[in-house]
Design a protein around this ligand. Structure first.
Ligand code: IVH
Length: 693
């Protein structure tokens, strides 16, 4: 069948073609997913979806509500919908000693105007290391659930939460018309080990700890995957509620239990400080025998009326505190020091240890940070070392037991050549990190870049785990990121590999097809440019909005002092060091070739305009001079909330300049460049939001 090229389609033809593609793709989706009986090859299927995406990119107004790009691609790419919490989800202040805990209670008493010896009952609850979620029940029915997110809004993961047996779909017995119930989703240590073993056998990525495993399992776009993971849940707090359900926290826990929730059986009412201190000791002793990780105990004032009076400071309640356990330590033997080469060529020393149990987790590797740290510790192979593990950070070596040092050990010398490719490894003056100088010709760097490219925050391709990447690279199936999208063309070859087969090869092709559409911020992050993490990638996407605009501006920004470089430097949160890295990345021919190859394979989605109904959306704004009605940081934050890009300096691209008192040269330059100059009063009118001003 010959198809009209996308560029040659008229608008009417395009509309008809999109309707045809929607029906055809839906048909093949059902054949594949519901009947397990695909009628066409994945390559043919990919081609249909790509054609659909290409037509939509040319005629955005024609995108259908039932478009295939919205069905799978969009949901996958955009991730989860956001959900605002009725009452913010807070974090807790930490204390580490009896002294600090006593000080917490003294603060509470002072705040409430109680005498230093007035009774103050508490509830102690083990602090589980998982992720907190909020569940909304209406008329006793579970209607929605979300992760904590930034505390104000989280990701809506209702469908996934429904698959947890520990979350009641309906509250037992009488319940308020509306209530948010909060608690922790977690994974037991045994479930975590079993899951990792299964992941390893399947060649999938392994999780670093139970907490990551729980979070990764809950944040799956396919609820069937969440359903297959062993997740547990304890309820322990309340959000918004239409009526009062208890007057003491311990009674609230009893209600939770009556409604059908699991409540941590160790939770206990404690009459006073002495009781609490004893409980802390008892939990610390019980810790390693518990089925799940805990990293301390949360103490809450039992009386809910007092809780209400105490309220919050910043992001934490005044009525609760987390008393953390000290970091766990153990002694073991340093068997070897290996050098890992990261995606940016950084050489990182990793300690290989005689396996040792630290707080219920078997540790075989630990971080040695960098060259200087090894020098400071003078850690030598064969040494007895002290290992420390705190929370979910990588275990660290904190000391050497010199009395046990064997004879004839030697000071360990950091290599000056890359162990992966043999190229020179240099450490620029003033930096702590030594780097391989070979760039992508170094296989270790190339593999790490690919791993980063498919990592969860980036392309997140199901079935393309770290191990697979390494194997595909070795056999030449993968060299650069664009090759990933050519893998479906090698499906037969992949199916024939050991441990694969037709079904998994086809699944991989489908997973890759799903990711041909990607939001700009994830795309930028995936490139693995130094200093461009998630946050900076988001800033860039938001500022430049489209891939082509970003690329063109970055090319222009290679020249120091150029208009584009100044604009880049002055994006709030970016700054010169990051701008320098970007310029460097865009100077390298090889990177430009990779970008072009990727652009040919992908549909890179524009960043959504923020608050699109605001007059500031997508506009560039600069503040200069002293403002009187609000501080400069407040004004910038407000502008950013309204979708504006806040810059430090005026350029041709500046739309608005807000001029406060004593504004200097920027006001003049703004007028010259034709930006709209606003007085503070005009800015306030534009920023609106009477509630804020
Ligand atoms: S109460 C305002 N209770 O700890 C109340 N949190 O560091 C805040 N956590 O985000 C939460 N066990 O993920 C509370 N029994 C418990 C908890 C607990 C674990 C976690 C939770 C929270 C974090 C704050």
């Amino acid at each position: 069948m010959s198809e009209t090229a996308v560029e040659a389609l008229s608008k009417a033809e395009a509309a008809a073609e999109l309707a045809r593609l929607a029906a055809e793709i839906a048909h093949h989706d059902r054949a594949y997913h519901e009947r397990d009986a695909p009628e066409i090859t994945d390559a043919a299927y990919d081609a249909l979806r790509r054609r659909n995406a290409a037509i939509e990119a040319r005629f955005p107004a024609l995108v259908r509500p039932d478009s295939p790009s919205r069905q799978v691609g969009a949901a996958a790419a955009a991730g989860f919908a956001k959900r605002r919490h009725g009452v913010p989800m807070l974090s807790l202040d930490n204390v580490f000693s009896v002294g600090e805990f006593t000080e917490f209670l003294a603060r509470v008493r002072r705040f409430l105007g109680l005498s230093a010896t007035a009774p103050l009952a508490l509830v102690g609850e083990p602090k589980i290391d998982g992720l907190s979620i909020s569940l909304t029940y209406r008329e006793g029915e579970f209607v929605a659930g979300a992760t904590r997110g930034d505390g104000l809004e989280g990701e809506e993961v209702t469908a996934n939460l429904r698959t947890l047996a520990a979350i009641p779909k309906r509250l037992r017995g009488p319940a308020p018309a509306s209530i948010e119930i909060r608690g922790e989703v977690f994974m037991t240590k045994a479930d975590f080990l079993a899951l990792n073993a299964a992941q390893e056998a399947a060649g999938e990525r392994q999780f670093a700890n139970p907490r990551n495993a729980a979070a990764g399992s809950l944040r799956q776009l396919d609820p069937a995957i969440t359903a297959s993971r062993p997740l547990s849940f304890f309820a322990y707090a309340m959000g918004e509620a239409s009526e009062r359900v208890a007057s003491r926290h311990l009674d609230y826990l009893a209600r939770l239990s009556a409604w059908g929730f699991a409540v941590d059986p160790h939770s206990r009412r404690l009459a006073d400080e002495a009781d609490a201190t004893a409980f802390q000791g008892a939990m610390a002793a019980a810790r390693s025998a518990l089925a799940h990780d805990i990293d301390g105990v949360v103490y809450k004032i039992d009386d809910l009326a007092l809780q209400e009076r105490l309220g919050f400071v910043g992001r934490a309640p005044r009525w609760a505190v987390a008393w953390k356990f000290p970091a766990e330590r153990a002694e073991t033997v340093l068997e070897d020091i290996r050098i890992q080469v990261g995606r940016t060529g950084a050489l990182t020393p990793v300690a290989v240890l005689a396996p040792v149990n630290v707080g219920g987790v078997l540790v075989r590797h630990a971080s040695l940070h960098n060259e200087d740290e090894i020098g400071r510790l003078d850690a030598r192979i064969g040494d007895h070392v002290i290992l420390q593990r705190a929370g979910d950070v990588i275990p660290q070596i904190v000391g050497v037991v010199l009395e046990k040092r064997p004879e004839r050990t030697e000071r360990w010398r950091f290599p000056d050549h890359c162990p992966a490719c043999g190229s020179q490894a240099l450490r620029p003056p003033g930096e702590v990190v030594r780097r391989c100088t070979a760039g992508l010709t170094c296989p270790a760097q190339a593999v790490e870049r690919l791993r980063h490219f498919v990592s969860r925050v980036a392309f997140d391709i199901e079935g393309l785990g770290e191990k697979t990447i390494g194997e595909f690279f070795e056999s030449g199936l993968l060299r650069g990121p664009a090759d990933i999208f050519r893998l479906p063309a090698h499906e037969g070859e992949i199916a024939a590999r050991e441990g694969w087969g037709e079904v998994s090869a086809r699944k991989l092709s489908a997973a890759i097809a799903k990711r041909r559409r990607i939001p700009l911020d994830r795309f930028i992050y995936a490139l693995g440019i130094r200093r461009i993490g998630e946050a900076n990638a988001k800033l860039l996407a938001r500022h430049y909005q489209s891939f082509t605009h970003w690329r063109d501006e970055m090319l222009a920004a290679r020249a120091p002092g150029s208009e584009a470089r100044i604009a880049l430097d002055s994006i709030l949160g970016i700054g010169p060091a990051v701008a320098e890295e970007l310029a460097e990345f865009f100077t390298e021919e090889r990177n430009l070739a990779t970008l072009a190859a990727l652009a040919a394979e992908l549909v890179i989605e524009d960043a959504p305009p923020v608050a699109s109904d605001s007059p500031l959306a997508g506009k560039s704004i600069v503040f200069t001079g002293a403002l009187e009605q609000m501080t400069r940081p407040e004004a910038k934050a407000r502008a950013a909330e309204l979708g504006a890009r806040v810059s430090e300096s005026v350029s041709k691209k500046t739309d608005f300049v807000v001029v406060g008192a004593d504004a200097g040269s920027k006001a003049k330059r703004a007028a010259e460049l034709g930006a709209r100059v606003l007085s503070e009063t005009e800015w306030l009118a534009l920023a609106g939001g009477g509630d804020i001003l």
